[in-house]
Design a protein around this ligand. Structure first.
Ligand code: PEP
Ligand code: MN
Length: 330
């Protein structure tokens, strides 16, 4: 909202009046240094009151917001008591084990001990090729839930279609929207209605505005919170798998005040770049990082070259200053 002042208005008086109404005003001065307007960050619903009725105020104009619910969401998304954003960084490991079921449990124990709070696994996997491994489906959801519960980890998993969205949401704490589905608006609407927080991965060619508007779809259809995830966008150079857009991370987190987590594994496609980019992500304001882990990356059914072993995850989270977890089974 822009508040314009009368020529002879006492700007300090108007600023105090705004502050008394809980409005934080940034002065906008002309070339001579005289304050002519205030820009007011405002998340209130409803119409701004008309100008001229307050001493010193000539008029009030509201700037149309394209994503009002995203703007109003704030920095923190609470996932069953684990806060993403606004505090210590959270760590999440995306896991794949060789042995299904018991393998997931064993790897979850190591992930929890390393200090991660979230366990992510793809039961339904969006693969570029129809011949590539597609995930373990409903059975995978059950393994993940059991592994997360056994070690006090929140479960994150992807929903690919609106039909299975409610079923997937039932088994997890945060539903992931993958890059390839960021603008699948039917899915976003269906997921919003599931009432779970959503991890919204940025599409490989999406502008920041498109990403925020995808978040607006989720919130306007009922999602209780959206965590944005930067996973690298398409660049011209194939030296790394994608191009990690840390400018967007800093913009969303430090300027727009939104929770953003970074996926350095998909961003680079190389395990040796995970730690430096995770460090850079946290320095840029990320609320957390999520790192791909496999108990035998050489035999992974997908994305082996970017996966860390559990021992490497442990070292990486130590280097990032994670608080180590309890080793006991919950
Ligand atoms: C994933 O998270 O496993 C995945 C497929 O990532 P993305 O959607 O970022 O490619
Ligand atoms: Mn992947």
């Amino acid at each position: 909202m822009i508040v314009s002042l009368h020529d002879r208005a006492d700007a300090e008086f108007v600023r105090r009046e705004l502050a008394a109404r809980g409005l934080w005003a940034t002065p906008l001065a002309d070339a001579s240094g005289k304050v002519r307007h205030f820009s007011v960050a405002c998340v209130a619903q409803g119409r701004p009151r008309g100008g001229g009725r307050h001493e010193g105020v000539a008029g009030v104009a509201s700037l149309p917001k394209r994503a009002p619910r995203v703007d109003a969401q704030g920095l923190v998304v609470d996932v069953g008591g684990v806060k993403v954003g606004g505090g210590a960084p959270v760590f999440s490991a995306a896991v794949r084990g060789r042995e299904r079921g018991p393998g997931e449990r064993a790897i979850a124990a190591r992930v929890a001990k390393a200090g991660a709070k979230f366990l992510r696994g793809g039961a339904f996997k969006p693969r570029t090729s129809p011949y590539a491994f597609q995930g373990h489906g409903d059975e995978g959801l059950r393994w993940l839930r059991a592994a997360g519960d056994a070690h006090g980890l929140k479960v994150v998993t992807e929903a690919m279609g609106e039909v299975e969205a409610p079923r997937v949401a039932e088994w997890c704490d945060v539903v992931q929207v993958g890059s390839r589905n960021m603008q699948n608006f039917s899915l976003l609407k269906a997921l919003g209605r599931c009432g779970r927080p959503v991890l919204l991965k940025r599409a490989m060619s999406a502008t920041v505005e498109e990403w925020l508007l995808a978040g607006e779809y989720l919130l306007s259809h009922g999602a209780p919170g959206v965590i944005f995830c930067e996973r690298g966008i398409r660049g011209f150079d194939d030296a790394t798998r994608n191009l990690l857009d840390l400018g967007a991370v800093a913009l969303l987190s430090t300027v727009y005040g939104l929770p953003v987590v970074v996926d350095p594994s998909h961003a680079t496609g190389r395990r040796d770049l995970v730690l430096p980019l995770a460090r850079a992500a946290l320095a840029a304001g990320a609320a957390g990082v999520m790192i791909e882990t496999h108990d035998d990356p050489g035999r992974a059914l997908s994305d082996g070259p970017q996966a860390l072993t559990p021992a490497e995850l442990d070292q990486t989270l130590r280097a990032l200053g994670a608080t180590r977890g309890d080793t006991e089974e919950a």
